[in-house]
Ligand binder design. Structure first.
Ligand SMILES: [Zn+2]
Length: 99
């Protein structure tokens, strides 16, 4: 009588890796709360829905060090793989055909 075991499968949370939280900041012009998501990280300025003026985005990151670091680590990983393969080929050649 095991036909119900699928009912106890753990459910996956689809947005578990995504930061979908809603942040809020106070408009410096009118004092209203401005709500935003992390999706606007690349936007330099937010718009206040209450007074329509711009305010600086607290999460704006002009240098984007995370993206740069990711690219750098990818490049390092590729360079490491190439170096390992080159060393392996060199050792293989050296010990297969000794001078
Ligand atoms: Zn405002």
């Amino acid at each position: 009588m095991n036909h119900d075991e699928n009912a106890f499968r753990p459910r996956r949370q689809p947005e578990e890796a995504k930061d979908d939280r809603i942040y809020s900041t106070t408009c410096p012009h009118c004092g209203a709360e401005v709500y935003y998501k992390l999706e606007v990280k690349d936007e330099k300025r937010l718009y206040c829905l209450s007074c329509g003026k711009q305010l600086p985005n607290p999460h704006y990151d002009p240098s984007d060090p995370r993206r740069r670091r990711r690219l750098l680590s990818q490049g390092l990983a590729i360079a490491l793989v190439i170096a390992v393969f080159a060393a392996a080929a060199w050792f293989l050649l050296r010990y297969t055909f000794p001078a």
